[in-house]
Design a protein around this ligand. Structure first.
Ligand code: PMP
Length: 300
């Protein structure tokens, strides 16, 4: 759960978040065409710092392009807006959400104009981070949309409906979350995170063809290589996944969450030593305590 800061940035101006509303009949709401990206900022000795915001902005601009939303601000303006909303919030840790949307009420499937509005908001955690490892389930018919139907790299609101229903189904079956299967029957990703498995000492994650190229995922891959681990972006079969030595999720909101069981069967170690190593290193990096990766931070 997250709370929204009192002020947000909308089309170049700081406005009260409670005034930033969208018509019920907007294309964004009726068709789910809103695109967004979510990055984090964390406390460091020198104040809050955004984590890899350039990568989030690049992914956001790509989502806008694919969905056909034309927005005015460029990458620099979107970064400046992020710094501004974080500074205005006075918070040390939380998330920045960039959104682009067609606000006009229009009944047609194709919006009449490509001109879209942009909002940048800060959200803060309402609950302390979850410590308990996750129990996850898979269902052979809970699948990630095929890339031919929807580019998995696009963060559009409509893309989350199938994953939302799959999570609900998993929770009804007694799991904390679901891991979706790709169109070839291999492991894809959870609804709002990527997944890693440790198999024979190597760190595996499914290739980006079928999943969102998560910025935490990319960071785990880079930190894993830096730590001298064998890292593989290769198809992960359901069997290898179910018998992995360690399993964890990665995502901006987590950022690393250990998995204790898959389909009711205990994972050998939760959290295991590689999960802990990556989690520790990433938290040092995000706290500005790792000189080798300080370039990932943008001080506010
Ligand atoms: N996959 C999906 C579908 C997501 O929505 C997210 C969250 N943005 C992720 C993976 C993790 O990506 P990131 O590490 O950039 O938050």
């Amino acid at each position: 759960m997250a709370l929204t800061a009192p002020m947000m940035w909308v089309d170049g101006a700081m406005v009260s978040s409670s005034d930033a509303t969208l018509p019920l009949l907007a294309h964004a709401t009726q068709r789910g065409s809103l695109v967004f990206d979510l990055g984090s900022f964390n406390a460091t000795a020198r104040g809050p710092a955004l984590f890899r915001p350039q990568d989030h902005v690049a992914r956001f601009l790509r989502s806008c392009r694919v969905v056909g939303l034309q927005i005015e601000p460029d990458a620099d303006a979107l970064l400046t807006a992020a710094v501004k909303v974080v500074a205005t919030s006075g918070e040390q840790h939380g998330w920045v959400r960039w959104c682009a949307f067609f606000a006009a009420a229009q009944p047609d499937l194709l919006p009449r104009s490509s001109r879209a509005q942009v909002a940048v908001a800060v959200q803060t955690p309402e609950d302390p981070p979850r410590q308990k490892p996750l129990r996850v389930g898979t269902f052979d018919d809970a699948r990630k949309a095929a890339p031919e139907a929807l580019d998995p790299g696009v963060k559009a609101a409509a893309a989350y409906l199938g994953p939302m229903l799959a999570r609900r189904r998993a929770q009804a079956a007694g799991y904390d979350d679901v891991v979706l299967i790709d169109c070839e029957g291999n492991i894809a990703e959870p609804p709002v995170a990527n997944v890693f498995a440790v198999v024979d000492g190597a760190l595996w994650t499914p290739p980006s063809r079928y999943v969102l190229p998560g910025i935490t995922r990319q960071s785990v891959l880079e930190l894993g290589r830096y730590e001298g681990l064998e890292v593989r972006e290769e198809p992960l079969s359901q069997q290898s996944f179910a018998s992995a030595d360690e399993v964890f999720f990665s995502g901006t909101q987590l950022p690393i969450a250990a998995v204790e069981s898959v389909n009711g069967k205990a994972v050998k170690q939760a959290p295991g030593p590689i999960t802990e190593r990556i989690r520790h290193r990433l938290s040092q990096v995000q706290a500005g305590e790792d000189p080798a990766f300080r370039h990932w931070l943008l001080p506010v």
